[in-house]
Design a protein around this ligand. Sequence first.
Ligand code: HEM
Length: 510
Amino acid sequence: LLKVREPALNQLLEYAQRTNKPTGSATTTSGNPIVEKDASLTAGPRGVILFQNYDMVDELAHFDRERIPERVVHAKGAGAFGYFVVTNDITQYTAASVFSAINKRTSIAIRFSAVAGEMGYADSVRDVRGFAIKFYTEDGIWDLVGNNTPLFFVKDPVNFMSFIHVLKRNPVTHLRDPEQFWDYLTLRPESLHQTMIVYTDRGIPDGYRHMHGYGADTFSLLNDQGVLVYCKFHHFTDQGIKNLDPQDAIRIAGEDPDYFTRDLYNSIAAGNYPSWRMFIQVMTQKQALESPFDPFDVSKIWPHADYPLIPVGKFELTRNPDNYFADIEQLAFDPAHLIPGIEPSSDRFIQGRLFAYGDTQRYRLGTNYNQIPVNNNVRVRNFSRDGKFTLHSQNGAPIYHPNSFGGPEPDPRAKALSPEFPIVGNAVRYDNGNDDPYSQPRVLWVRVLDQGEKERMVENIVLGNGLMALRDASDFIQNRAIVNFTNVHPDFGRMVRDKLSAQLQFTAQL
Ligand code: HEM
């Protein structure tokens, strides 16, 4: 039986085979043996339940608390464990220990996700996908929290909340709302590039194994000489890019809403380990100063021709979680978890993200979320103690600094690698939304997409095909969208207009 069924269906059979004997006595959460599992303690066969029926109370009370707030974005996801290995020397750019030697291996966890839907949402919807990697390095945790696209819809963190609000449900109707979605996107043309990508074939990958990943934000790297360069991270799938036809995706959403999760689990359980190759793009400070576009603008990519991909390493996923909740739901990413040799940059978005994730983890998982085993693998030495679910005592070390008792001291290597950088300019609220939102989408239209891909993208925009349809927005919003698409390329605007009018005629005939 184990041979013919998919691995995910065999989980319990495997448990029975592995343990090969009964588990032992059942207990309460405090480890006390329980007398009877399938019947409560009652006053006679038909009487009321006695309050001393503690094992039932214990189980009921635990059940009542089995859920925590789901992630405010990226709630539906799947994850696994594996390793990262260095294949190419990039020590000229960074002194980060994770890249210090060829063949060096670091354990990792990855969580893939969809952005917009709730925890029970179908995997095969049209959406951006999250691609978050946790590196368990000797310098502590490094979280590289990216997506399957190299850029983002908006670029100032102050705009992130509005963007997510229009992607999610209208608070009155509790429905996803094409009117609010297309209204906002067309008022912020910086979102054009990412919007186009999401409505191309790549908007519905055929599972998490068949997509690339990108750090998207601009980071700084520091080498051991203290030289700073800017950097983007890219991860290319070894399984090859594969996307779902929108009609198949819609069918799968009904038949198997957990299609991506199942695919990842089964593939790892069958020993068919998915892997990706990591590359970086590097920009010197001089190049950044002279760049015609803002290299710290997350709505833009760095052209590969100008900033070629530099190979770095490979990562592979080799182990499924032991328990989804313990290992993946409690996996807490935070772009502020950085290691010496990797720093943020003046990318506004990464600056905003440095605050938001730790804040949400403290809400979602609690003050001591970093003590949950899956979130840390090194001994923490600091001056914080206590709070809900404290697990570590730090062996009695002083809780203040400075002290005379040999408590922990700042790390000289981290200090040597901490960059000095000038901060220039007057304080100003500059809305960078209109900093050339059209050139890069135009390159996507003219040079990247072939005719078939253009037609499918236009159809997906107009009909939705798994995401919100432009045809469902008001006329004035549709017209504004056409103006924006025309600014990208006149053919794009025309094709969307024609497709919208064809839809109008089609609806009129019904
Ligand atoms: C998750 C905020 C931009 C990728 C989250 C979460 C928050 C958040 C609050 C939930 C975290 C949790 O509960 O565990 C923000 C803010 C942003 C931003 C405020 C901009 C200012 C981005 C960008 C990317 C990204 C640009 C990709 C390049 C992700 C991913 C997750 C996530 C992959 C899910 C992580 C996981 O699997 O646990 N974000 N985000 N976010 N975000 Fe962002």
